[in-house]
Design a protein around this ligand. Structure first.
Ligand SMILES: C[S@@+](CC[C@H](N)C(=O)[O-])C[C@H]1O[C@@H](n2cnc3c(N)ncnc32)[C@H](O)[C@@H]1O
Length: 287
């Protein structure tokens, strides 16, 4: 190679600089809390369910709500936006996620609305709050509790924090797929959501799960969130709620289309179920 050819084959200073200045991937630019809210949560639907069920069971409209394991507190923020007298208390022991919720969700509230929202950085097993109409603990977060006595303690504490006709709303899932490792993918606007049940202990019912996000540029946000849960049965949770003093614990099971077997966004109070591979539901526990 002549000297001229050598010079020509050398990358220009600009190309070198561009190659060195690697553009960030979509995963590097992503915000895991924003992706979580978009893919996992549907606060509007959940609050509608709480509103309708509370009205049906008590004959009045719920005003005060506590959101346990609130994370980004999106549900609490939407609750205070719903009605001018609604109040919400969000409880989470992680300052990072609470800070994110303050910055990205609570900040949109008008001053008068913000006054009706309290965010507490506390453990739900220790927190003491004013009595409320509704406590919600969603996205199976109470399944972090592995021991029956811890679950009983949690239910006793929530019952104490409810007014006389107050209601605890929990979510629950069941079916054979809970007890196995598996991956489920869902395509959303601009990214893919992957739910992975990575390990299941068939003796203790301990389930290790992860949420991953994949992007069109092939970059991945692996283990954006990880949880270790105990898979609790709906029946045993009803029994523990009863032991904690709740007068009734009603199971609302997701409905399935009779013809296609497709899961519907409709929940009915029933303890009847076929051997569904996976069903979602709520437990509505009346104080
Ligand atoms: C899966 S997120 C749930 C977020 C939201 N509730 C939802 O429906 O998607 C679980 C949250 O529970 C919080 N958490 C776990 N154990 C807790 C405890 N003992 N006390 C308070 N917060 C807890 C975590 O910090 C995390 O933000």
């Amino acid at each position: 190679m002549t000297t001229a050819e050598k010079v020509r084959s050398r990358p220009s200073a600009r190309a070198k600089k561009a190659a060195m200045k690697k553009e960030p991937t979509m995963a590097e630019l992503a915000d895991r809390h924003a992706l979580y809210q978009e893919s996992v949560q549907n606060s509007e639907f959940e609050l509608d369910f709480i509103d309708d069920t509370f009205k049906e069971l008590t004959g009045r409209t719920a005003v005060s709500m506590r959101e346990d394991f609130c994370g980004t507190a999106i549900s609490s923020v939407e609750w205070v936006e719903r009605r001018d007298d609604n109040t919400a208390i969000g409880v989470d022991f992680d300052s990072e996620v609470l800070g994110w919720g303050e910055k990205h969700n609570a900040s949109r509230l008008k001053p008068a609305q913000r006054e009706r929202l309290t965010l507490l950085e506390e453990d739900v097993l220790e927190v003491t709050t004013d009595k409320v109409d509704v406590i919600q603990a969603y996205n199976f977060s109470y399944w972090f509790f592995q021991e029956r006595k811890t679950m009983l303690d949690y239910f006793r504490r929530t019952r104490e924090a409810l007014v006389d006709d107050g209601i605890l709303f929990l979510d629950v899932f069941g079916g054979s797929e809970c007890y196995q490792t598996q991956k489920e993918k869902r395509k959303l606007d601009g990214f893919k959501y992957i739910w992975e049940q990575a390990e299941f202990n068939a003796v203790t019912n301990e389930l290790k799960c992860h949420i991953h996000f994949h992007f069109p540029d092939k970059s991945k946000l692996k283990k954006a969130f990880s949880y270790t849960w105990r898979v609790w049965g709906a029946k045993e949770l009803q029994e523990i709620l009863s032991e904690a003093g709740f007068s009734e614990a009603i199971i609302y099971r997701q409905k399935f289309d009779d013809k296609t077997d497709e899961a519907l966004d409709e929940y009915i109070a029933t303890e009847e179920a076929e051997d569904y591979a996976c069903w979602l539901g709520y437990i509505v526990a009346r104080r």
